[in-house]
Design a binder for this molecule. Structure first.
Ligand SMILES: C[S@@+](CC[C@H](N)C(=O)[O-])C[C@H]1O[C@@H](n2cnc3c(N)ncnc32)[C@H](O)[C@@H]1O
Length: 285
């Protein structure tokens, strides 16, 4: 079969399951991965017959896409702040809103203009600490996760992107000791109450790790409260907490941080939703 024929088959099979824009972007990622050709080369070689091994690879990917597997897990790669990261089903696929959180941290760190100690809690693929280290090479950056298999991917990403990061395997909800004090503690913690999983896309709820997404319905802010408590002990003077958050938890989080002795502010993402929070201890200001 030729590339053109495979593309036609892909479109016909998936057209009812994906919106046009999403399908085009997904196909462009898939066929670049399978052929190793950029868009121009794909156009120039569209009539060329592909070897059987590539055709088999295509059919396997098509079945996975029909089942709802995200394209990033199929090709084993995702992009974050212009860099390619290895991903598999043990790590969350890095999201654009998390890039906005990292942008905020870089903006803040550039104003402070001194080497900072940074800890990322719930690091997953390692995208947050690695992106910070690449942007701010003088910072000392660490990443922590409960999941050994996630940390394995984070370590591979750090090696592949040449970023020196310290890694820790810890359950932050049961940690009373951290090895350092930090200028910045950042987290994109699990924040989706279990009860919301019925409204979620199959691609997310059936394929991304539940431990990365969900939090108990009875206490959806548990990670924020725990990290705020640790921050009292492990933030350096003028230290800052940065978080990603559920768009409808802004009010509750502002109240929680105020009650725990922090000044906190929200920031909106590119769609105008409250998706990020920064907090610093009241006594430090
Ligand atoms: C929403 S994901 C964020 C991953 C990555 N930082 C990102 O932004 O793409 C949350 C991460 O927290 C980790 N996690 C869940 N419970 C944890 C706990 N009790 N202690 C430490 N990490 C935890 C998960 O393994 C997952 O990697």
């Amino acid at each position: 079969m030729s590339l053109q024929e495979l593309k036609q088959k892909c479109k016909a099979t998936l057209a009812s399951e994906y919106e046009n824009i999403e399908l085009n972007s997904l196909m462009s990622i898939l066929f670049e991965h399978i052929t190793g050709w950029d868009q121009l080369k794909q156009v120039l070689n569209k009539e060329q017959k592909l070897p059987q091994v590539k055709i088999d690879q295509f059919h396997k990917a098509l079945t996975s896409l029909q089942e709802g597997m995200p394209i990033q897990y199929i090709i084993g790669k995702a992009w974050f702040m212009g860099h390619e990261y290895i991903v598999n089903e043990n790590v969350l696929i890095p999201r654009p809103e998390t890039e906005e959180l990292v942008d905020w941290i870089i903006e803040y760190a550039s104003i402070i203009d001194k080497p900072l100690q940074v800890l990322d809690i719930g690091t997953g693929s390692g995208c947050i600490p690695i992106a910070i280290k690449l942007a701010l090479p003088n910072c000392m950056v660490a990443g922590l996760d409960i999941s050994e298999s996630a940390l394995q991917i984070a370590k591979q990403n750090a090696t592949h992107l040449n970023a020196a990061i310290s890694w820790m395997q810890e359950d932050i909800l049961n940690t009373t000791y951290l090895p350092n004090q930090f200028d910045i503690m950042v987290s994109n913690p699990p924040y989706i109450p279990f009860k919301e999983n019925t409204n979620m896309k199959v691609q997310v709820k059936n394929f991304e790790p539940g431990i990365a997404l969900f939090v108990k319905d009875e206490d959806p802010l548990i990670f924020y409260r725990t990290i705020a408590r640790l921050g009292k002990q492990y933030l350096k003077p003028n230290g800052q907490l940065f978080f990603e958050m559920h768009y409808d938890q802004g009010k509750a989080l502002l109240a929680l941080f105020d009650e725990m002795g922090y000044h906190a502010e929200l920031r909106q993402d590119m769609f105008g939703k409250d998706r990020m929070l920064r907090a610093s201890l009241k006594r430090a200001v």
